[in-house]
Write a protein that binds this ligand. Sequence first.
Ligand code: L14
Length: 350
Amino acid sequence: MTSEQQFNVAVVGATGAVGVKMLETLDQKNFPIKNLLLLSSKRSAGKEVEFQGRTYIVQEATPESFEGVDIALFSAGGSVSKALAPEAVKRGAVVVDNTSAYRMDPDVPLVVPEVNEEDIAKHNGIIANPNCSTIQMVAALKPVQDLFGLSRVLVSTYQAVSGAGNEAVEELREQSQALLNGEAVKAELLPVSGAEKHYPIAFNALPQIDVFQDNGYTFEEMKMINETKKIMHDDAIQVAATCVRLPFFTSHAESVYVEVDKEGVTAAELKEAISQAAGVVLEDDPANQVYPTPLSASGKSEVFVGRIRKDLDNEKGFHLWVVSDNLLKGAAWNSVQIAESLVKNNWLTK
Ligand code: L14
């Protein structure tokens, strides 16, 4: 492969919250694009989108859309990916899928490049982009696993509304405005679109992201649990999660408790390990009130970690605070990193 090589790239879900960030990331990284194809569901077809000084008309995605496409980035919901990712692969495209449709499929690599880039080589046409909350957590925990061994992870999340899409962002805006104006608040979307009940997100906290499973966990929580084991290549890690939606627009925060295998590890050693990790920035200086927040992390591509401290009772336990932009590293940025890796390592064709 030569560095001048260029690729036909399709973005499916180009007008969505993540799709817009995919285009921004492709532009920012100057991805070698020959032709760009912007696709969507029927609902958004016909919209105009600017990219690198040109206007593109978004087209409804059909199986035939993928003729001649080299790389297809999907973020238009699980049902679109289920219907069309195999059609894209059939026509020779490699799919990077940012939905939960294929993540736990044993034939599909689930990849955070800083953690398990080499898994991309095993793809059969589809590579899955993990859940946003999972991505930032495993990026922060990878150096902990490598240096000290990781036996247990207990996480509670503080998640932004943009993960649920542009309509959820609108809902938070409208509810906030209504509340501050002393008007009635309408809840029509969150916690889950199409569910029987909806609760206000403005000035609230909702302990439900995605649908409930029979075991009492939500699907978002089970995604964090199952995806962490798959990406970190260790089914024996004990993982539990509580996922909560909060009323801010962008970036997820997480309170993470871990237990390491090694004895005698200090908080200073953990900080040092995390400060060296690829794609991770240590922001941890309590004396000067330095720690990451959703506002400080928004618009940035890294994962930010602070508040690292040793548990007071368990000698092998540590607490961390992990924050990242859910639409960038949690979605678009990670997907484009996977595409870059496919190109750089010559893994597009088998
Ligand atoms: O699994 O509602 O990729 O914030 C992550 C964001 C599912 C929805 C996924 C949300 C999505 C979730």
